[in-house]
Design a protein around this ligand. Sequence first.
Ligand SMILES: Cc1cc2nc3c(=O)[nH]c(=O)nc-3n(C[C@H](O)[C@H](O)[C@H](O)COP(=O)(O)O)c2cc1C
Length: 350
Amino acid sequence: MMDWTDRHYRRFVRGLTRRALLYSEMVTAGAVLHGDRERLLGHDEVEHPVALQLGGDDPARLAEAAAVAVAWGYDEVNLNVGCPSDRVQRGRFGACLMAEPDLVADAVRAMRAAVPVPVTVKHRLGIDELDDDDHLHAFVGGLAAAGVDRVVVHARKAWLTGLSPRQNRSVPPLQHERVVALKAAFPGLPVEANGGVRDLDTALDHLRRVDGVMIGRAAIEDPFLLAGVDRRVFGEAWPPPTRAEAVLAYLSYVEERRAAGTPWTALVKPVIPLLRGVRGARGWRRTLSEGATRRDAGPELLAAALAALPDDVALARGVAPPDDVAIAHEPALRREPASGPVPRRAPGGW
Ligand SMILES: Cc1cc2nc3c(=O)[nH]c(=O)nc-3n(C[C@H](O)[C@H](O)[C@H](O)COP(=O)(O)O)c2cc1C
């Protein structure tokens, strides 16, 4: 998600879930090919598994950019066919590509041939008047024939004129039943549902019918919900982390990045919503935001804000149902590349 799921966010939420696949912000193929790669693609080893989302409309350039992404260590390349913003439309990519199924299929084919990791597409149910299941299924059929490894379906259409990107995330109604019908039509293709998932109960409910769930806004507005993912979604036995553990796991990174000159506001942004709706949230937000005026704001300030939290908030474990309701969900969220597993830090290394 633009302006949110940057490397700092991803590094921080790895303290909450080791298993969820994390996605980057969208980066255009042109930027990957000609821009500052360290700034656009640089990430921490701990972030894996992590997908790079690309925007673009030129199969050859997308393939080239995908190869660069893999050289930089990304575990998956995802193509954005869901963003409706004017800027993106002017570049002729994002959601408007739903009107050009052959071009998107060509892009998938080219990326598939260029990289050994999964190539996935995030798209809408439709755009404007191109919004029926015939079109949707033909679009996805083309992707499947081109070798797409998974589709992520934002379960609403987009109106390309008349609605802002923000309105396009809430005004067109969610139609998750159409994602389920899509899965039924393509039983062999992993289908991930996205849109309106605010809690893990809802995510688990979707997982009875589709292969994966992408959580967008709730993962930035209430990141602590991710603390229950490994146990509840993946059936992992390790204890769900506490807020304190997640912050402590992030401190050394804050120290490192501050020393390298990263602004405090960028580092603290993902941490501020950690206390959504619980006691101490206001003081937490105030302390961390006030830090923005201090030149020396750094890990000590974060540690002090943590120490000021009520114990029951700092030390509460993320959603921890009884073990017998945890379900082992074999993740369709990612597949190992054909050439073998991507080396990544073993659990425990975060
Ligand atoms: C601030 C913001 C930035 C977003 N940036 C992207 C993006 O870069 N790529 C993308 O595919 N979707 C992006 N989205 C859309 C989300 O990924 C998601 O599809 C949408 O918000 C619906 O899911 P949700 O109800 O779980 O939030 C963005 C959403 C928000 C709120």
